[in-house]
Design a protein around this ligand. Sequence first.
Ligand SMILES: Cc1c2[nH]c(c1CCC(=O)O)Cc1[nH]c(c(CCC(=O)O)c1C)Cc1[nH]c(c(CCC(=O)O)c1C)Cc1[nH]c(c(CCC(=O)O)c1C)C2
Length: 369
Amino acid sequence: LIFCDHLLLPKDFPKLKNDAFLLACRGQETPHVPVWCMRQAGRYLPEFRESRAGKDFFATCRSPAACCELTLQPLRRFPFDAAIIFSDILVIPQAMGMDVQMVAGKGPTFPEPLKEPEDLLLLQSKVDVNKELDYVFKAITLTRHKLEGKVPLIGFTGAPWTLMAYMIEGGGSTTQSKAKRWLYRHPEASHQLLKMLTDIIVEYLLGQVAAGAQALQVFESHAGCLGPAEFQEFSLPYLRDIARKVKDQLKESGQDVPMIVFAKDGHYGLEDLSQSHYEVVGLDWTIDPRSARERTGGKVSLQGNMDPCALYAPKERIYEIVKKMLEGFGTRGYIANLGHGLYPDMDPENVGAFVEAVHAHSRHLLNLK
Ligand SMILES: Cc1c2[nH]c(c1CCC(=O)O)Cc1[nH]c(c(CCC(=O)O)c1C)Cc1[nH]c(c(CCC(=O)O)c1C)Cc1[nH]c(c(CCC(=O)O)c1C)C2
């Protein structure tokens, strides 16, 4: 039999061998605390730099074979309990007709960001998600097959506010002041854009599940620049809408896929996030594990939250930090991760030490029970 990778269909997937991550999402017992890292497919790996060398970032995102290879790379080195599909949150603005380029040393850049509400007319409001983002779905299907059931595959999206911020700022920003100007000056147009994004995101996530994603993470990376009131108005309702709509649709076809919401620096919204139809709330390192547990009252599983910079510490110190983190969160309903993505200058050995520490110490704690 000859298999052509690009003809692989989203069915007959290999049987899952390690379900610790999926069990933890649902608060069920696991033999160890599952662990993965945001940006685990990244520049800190020499093999990643080699695969990406000289290739355009978004061209790489459009190649299912390249995305599959980059997704699998970290799993060949470390016993992570989940894989996350290599892609980017900015493929959605691209699908809506915006040009996004990866500029070396600067990051993703929009040559023509949205400036005024009239610019919304330039956007493709009815995006044919299955056609425009088909390459992501193909990457997911291929990767799920190539994972051979080793660990579950996570799909993801940017949240509406975070995507809106990039579309107006035209790239990364520390203040998000151009995007926040819209919230205060053009609230109606802001809601119009957020609603437009929400509809596309729902379809996009459903497409990822149909293609083979076994869990979904929604990145609200720019929650931190909103205050509680703006979060209540411009972020939370859309995060809730996404989870509710995705879950309602999946239920109709008898499916159930755990969802994770990660609102970076959105500690003020923790109680609300824990009551937003997500099984898991991701945390950055500014929240103390015990207080996060108290504030979420056992309603959700938690994921996080070691400071990525703690990985610069010597290995023994990493072990101590992990130990404290595990004792703070407890071993049930918990997925170990960093509080944000891995930095490109991280020593892969220290990433390995982190994974090893989570597995070893959580097994120790679980054996004491
Ligand atoms: C590895 C990588 C990615 N994106 C970028 C890079 C580095 C550039 C390169 O390799 O050339 C540019 C890339 N893409 C983006 C940025 C940040 C730009 C900025 O705000 O300054 C950069 C450098 C935008 C982006 N992209 C993403 C987010 C949300 C998570 C977060 O808060 O970091 C955001 C904000 C999501 C993302 N992006 C990526 C993944 C892959 C899966 C994994 O985690 O291993 C994921 C989940 C992949």
